[in-house]
Design a protein around this ligand. Structure first.
Ligand code: FAD
Length: 307
């Protein structure tokens, strides 16, 4: 019930100002965001890297300013250099939202995003790590997959994210299940209309399982991004049936969510990667986390009332 208004609020600048100015917000955001700066995030990444893998997200999205898109590229380049210096290139990669590097700019947005993503891929290649392109709302999917195809000609290890709630995704999984491809499968975090997406949770879950089957039986590297214990268990069964070893696929979860389960999977010898966001542009990301779980919203509301 709260999901739709929260996801609408995630894109409202008035709500953004209200939430950002609320004094208690920062402490609540810290559960999901590893710090405002790279310096704050890096020790957490080093700690997580002891038993897990990491993908870092420099927070930001929906940029309509070219200078801001360039600043995002600089932030990723610095991040990758620091990961290299810290010897973390083998354990940590980066996740990039194309809308943060120019995809929505009015003139030549897709081309600018491609060039900017290419610069980030070059910095990743220099330290021997990979880049995954996050997936945003359904209006961006064709453009993002087209940028992915271009990037993969020079950087075949660039990964994609596919969202099981979209009707098209099972077919996209088939297209991207070839040798060398890396696909992160998630359920999907945006408020999508019934014309393009399943809106019922059980239907999304069924689609997720169908998509996992395609990826696990394909020749690429599936990245199972879900905290749902059923999806985690089914992924492991499908991987075993497909004859995949533990390093032939991975589980992924978000920073601050089901940390015990992350530790447990890593201790079992599974590949477990944590998505670690950092930066000051946390608003949209944080609101999507509230929308995923009503208990998070109640906790937020209670903090406002009792402060
Ligand atoms: P759900 O059925 O939503 O949740 C299962 C259980 O997980 C819940 O019962 C609860 O215990 C726990 N849980 C889930 N969410 C939360 C939360 N916010 N707070 C506390 N507990 C929670 N979506 C995109 O649209 N594009 C992306 O690029 C993208 N990248 C992602 C990358 C990673 C590594 C992960 C893990 C998710 C990503 N997502 C992305 C988000 C994803 O689409 C889902 O919205 C989110 O993961 C919740 O779905 P779930 O599979 O965990 O299952």
């Amino acid at each position: 019930m709260l999901r739709t208004p929260l996801l609408a609020a995630a894109r409202s600048s008035a709500c953004r100002k209200l939430v950002e100015r609320t004094p208690v917000t920062r402490a609540l955001v810290d559960r999901f965001v590893a710090g405002s700066t790279l310096e704050q995030a890096l020790p957490k990444v080093a700690e997580l890297s002891r038993d897990r893998y990491v993908t870092l997200d420099h927070l930001g999205e929906d940029t309509t300013d070219e200078a801001q898109a360039q600043n995002t590229v600089k932030a990723y380049t610095r991040l990758l250099e620091e990961l290299g210096r810290a010897g973390l290139g083998g354990r940590a990669e980066v996740s990039v939202k194309l809308s943060a590097v120019g995809q929505f700019l009015p003139a030549d947005g897709e081309k600018i995003a491609l060039d900017n993503a290419r610069a980030i891929c070059e910095a990743a290649a220099a330290i021997g790590t990979t880049v995954t392109l996050d997936m945003e709302d359904h209006t961006t999917v064709d453009s993002t997959l087209s940028v992915l195809r271009e990037l993969r000609t020079d950087f075949p290890w660039v990964g994609a994210v596919l969202q099981a709630y979209l009707y098209r995704t099972e077919a996209d999984c088939r297209d991207l299940a070839g040798a060398g491809s890396r696909v992160r499968l998630c359920k999907g975090a945006y408020d999508e209309p019934a014309s393009v997406a399943f809106r019922d949770k059980a239907e999304v879950d069924r689609s997720y399982v169908r998509c996992m089957k395609v990826l696990m039986n394909g020749e690429g590297y599936p990245m199972i991004a879900s905290h749902d214990p059923r999806m985690v268990a089914i992924a492991q069964q499908l991987a075993a049936t497909a004859g995949r070893s533990e390093d032939d696929y991975e589980h992924q979860m978000l920073y601050g969510i089901r940390d015990d389960e992350q530790e447990r999977l890593a201790a079992e010898g599974r590949r477990m990667r944590v998505y670690v966001p950092y930066g000051t542009e946390w608003y949209g990301y944080y609101m999507r986390r509230l929308a995923e779980r009503p208990a998070n919203m109640l906790f937020f509301a209670r903090s406002l009332v009792t402060r």
